[in-house]
Design a binder for this molecule. Sequence first.
Ligand code: 5GP
Ligand code: MN
Length: 346
Amino acid sequence: MLDLESFKKLLASPKKIVITTHHKPDADALGSSLGMANYLKKKDHDVRVITPSDYPSFLYWMKGNDEVLNYEEEGLQTEARELMQQADMIICLDFSCLSRISELGGLVKKSSAVKVNIDHHMDPEDFADFRYWSTEAAATCELVYDLIVKMGDKDLIDSDIADCLYSGIMTDTGGFKHPNTTKNVHMVTAELIDLGADNSKISRLIYDTNSVNRLKFIGFALTRRLVIHTDLHTAYFWICKKDLKKYDSQTGDTEGLVNYALSLDGIKIAAMFTERKDGVKISFRSTEDVAVNKFAAKYFNGGGHKNAAGGKSEDPLKETIARFEKLIKENQQRLLNQLELVTETK
Ligand code: 5GP
Ligand code: MN
């Protein structure tokens, strides 16, 4: 765990700091990164945020967004590599396996900078010199808030930082609905509102800025791409490349879709299969009594939280879905009773 005194000492003089987060950052990833960046800048550090990919435009309003360096963007790799090489400290937020940040993971590993990992995912990889990690936390933003307070710097949290941190807590708790919405979550959000977070504005900016294409896409997916197996307590969406093209899908447009499948009465396991250029990306969601992260880790090269996990498959979409259905059938009772999952027979 984090040795607060050594960490404080390290940050006592101005440092070159790079902050990075996971592929396709969500509000918790970007909110924790920019919240942390804005805070460290106030403490006179030279800070840059590097993301491994682009992220949804509904997050562009966060303070510091204009200075984020997207590693996937044409011509920016050299600058990102230089920043990584020159950094005194690299802070990794909202992920704990370097493989989740693609090529950037190699750069982090190679760098001689002090490495810090702040995260709330299970089974962290042991790559950091300082780790502030808890699976009890609903969001990395909750941990960043906690850390700033522990550093004795609560007074440095202004309304911009509070907005960033509030965003991640709001989305990682599914709008304060998931079982991870603890008393501490409510306490921290109350403090953030007190420090200037505009909760109603943030909710509108993140949830209510749909494009017409996105709404039409959701309507299409609900009517044509939802498969329900009542007997298996399972429902899933499948989205192919053609669908994404037809609705001019933008990063973030499929976010939250899987929750419609889970919202069906009697459904305990929900999934969404999205065909991408590099394989099939899978999102899993479950009700409190089912652990989809174990399912994702065992069969789909993924992981995550108990009720919200993800994975991938290199098989074609149809075969991936057929395999999923077979595995769900074989494991039905085991999933519902939280027993060890079967070894797959091919
Ligand atoms: P989403 O379905 O929103 O992409 O991901 C839900 C959660 O599952 C994320 O918060 C993350 O913890 C986890 N997750 C998603 N994809 C992967 C993956 O490929 N590997 C692992 N280990 N976790 C993932
Ligand atoms: Mn998170």
